[in-house]
Design a protein around this ligand. Structure first.
Ligand SMILES: [Zn+2]
Ligand SMILES: [Zn+2]
Length: 417
């Protein structure tokens, strides 16, 4: 490992390999790793082991989620997260974007042995906020292609196959199309006799289990562990569990969490938000209520004696938010947003009674003379949202009319006549 003894919770090595600082931008990281990858490429006489290590390090740092885990907990945490093995990906695939996808410029000796990588299969996985708060595991039954066990993915009893006579083993066929005159269009398409594989199996030699298809369908139950504190959009990967195919590195099954809306709680990162409406009496004279949390605990929420809660204000309870991912013993905050419902109107007696209790009104600054000079006005009720919407609609219509060129042009013409 680069002649370095592993340190406890080492989280700097991946930065030291290409020689970049810990807060390097993704672009700087990419540049540094590209330089190192070219220098250490096996096709250029580089050490394959060193190249593999580079690729593993870059795979981690180029993924913001993995980089965060690495920065905080080091290499070992990632290995746990990757299901024990870790770093099972082809280093040439990880660096493929550096080498234009078509391999390494000028090299090529090792490219021929490279295996194709199968597609990843991505499934959305709906979870409730309760699931993300408490953690859960879901069993999912999926069917996938696996290499036929009877013929080991050869498709034939003998293990042999014949070159497809239809395409001479190329897997592709070219057809001509006359486009009239002297024009001919050449079209290339996969051979339909051998489905593009370039080989066929004789009827007698065909594997009875897979009928020569090389793969069979298998039902498999995957248990997806949704950990406490996971986020909407977070991925849970089962490496190498996608469809198997001959001469192919099997892709991953990836579950993407989709959190369903919660009727009561909204989540923002590690914090939870809940709405609560108070009557005016509660807002002024105190309140208490029970709030059922995501784990069914009843939280008693109450004001301090003499405390007044203003409309549209927030209060927070520490450590009653969402658990933090991989640190579930730490929790965010639970915010309560208060709305205060005012009475629609008061009787004159109520007004008098209130005035004796509430702080005195500010003394009127207007003299009688000044009052005489004022004009009387009337206050009307308005629905400001409704009026704003109407105003915007009117503006939009005016704008649309201006846009209609024919009408506009005609008006100009009329004016000229
Ligand atoms: Zn063929
Ligand atoms: Zn078979």
């Amino acid at each position: 490992m680069f002649g370095r003894a592993p340190k406890k919770s080492d989280n700097t090595k991946y930065y030291e390999i290409p020689g970049v600082s810990k807060n390097a931008s993704p672009d700087d990281l990419k540049k540094a790793y590209k330089k190192a990858a070219i220098k250490n490429h096996p096709d250029k006489g580089g050490d394959p082991e060193k190249f593999k290590e580079l690729a593993q390090a870059y795979e981690v740092l180029s993924d913001p989620e993995k980089r965060e885990v690495y920065d905080q907990y080091g290499e070992d945490a990632l290995k746990e997260g990757m299901g024990g093995g870790g770093g099972g990906h082809d280093p040439f695939d990880i660096f493929s974007s550096f080498f234009g996808g078509g391999g390494f410029p000028g090299g090529g000796s090792s490219r021929g042995r490279r295996q194709r990588r199968g597609e990843d299969v991505v499934h959305p996985l709906k979870v409730s906020l309760e699931d993300l708060y408490l953690g859960t595991s879901k069993k999912l039954s999926l069917s996938r292609n696996v290499l036929c066990s009877k013929c080991n993915g050869k498709g034939s009893k003998s293990g042999a196959s014949m070159t497809c006579a239809s395409c001479q083993g190329s897997g592709m066929k070219i057809s001509m199309r006359h486009l009239g005159a002297n024009m001919i269009q050449q079209m290339q398409h996969p051979c339909n006799e051998c489905k593009g594989t370039g080989e066929t199996i004789s009827d007698k030699d065909r594997c009875p289990q897979c009928k020569g298809e090389k793969v069979v369908q298998q039902k498999k139950v995957l248990e997806v562990h949704v950990e406490k504190g996971m986020q909407n959009g977070q991925k849970i990967t089962f490496p190498g569990e996608a469809d198997e195919a001959p001469d192919t590195v099997t892709g991953d099954i990836v579950f993407v969490l989709q959190q369903k809306e919660h009727p009561k709680f909204k989540r923002k990162g590690e914090d939870l938000f809940v709405e609560h409406t108070l009557s005016l009496t509660e807002a002024l004279c105190g309140f208490q209520f029970a709030l059922t949390h995501l784990d069914s605990r009843q939280l008693l929420i109450k004001s301090n004696p003499g405390e007044v809660v203003k409309p549209d204000s927030y209060k927070a309870i520490n450590d009653e938010g969402m658990p933090m991912y991989q640190r579930p013993f730490m929790k965010g905050k639970l915010y309560i947003h208060f709305t205060v419902e005012f009475p629609e109107s008061l009787t004159l007696d109520q007004v008098k009674a209130l005035e004796t209790i509430l702080p005195a009104r500010p003394v009127s600054q207007l003299t009688d003379m000044e009052l005489d000079e004022c004009e009387e006005t009337t206050l009307h009720d308005v629905n400001i949202e409704e009026e704003t919407r109407r105003r915007q609609q009117a503006q939009q219509e005016a704008y649309d009319e201006d846009d209609e060129m024919p009408g506009g042009a005609q008006r100009v013409q009329c004016a000229q006549q």
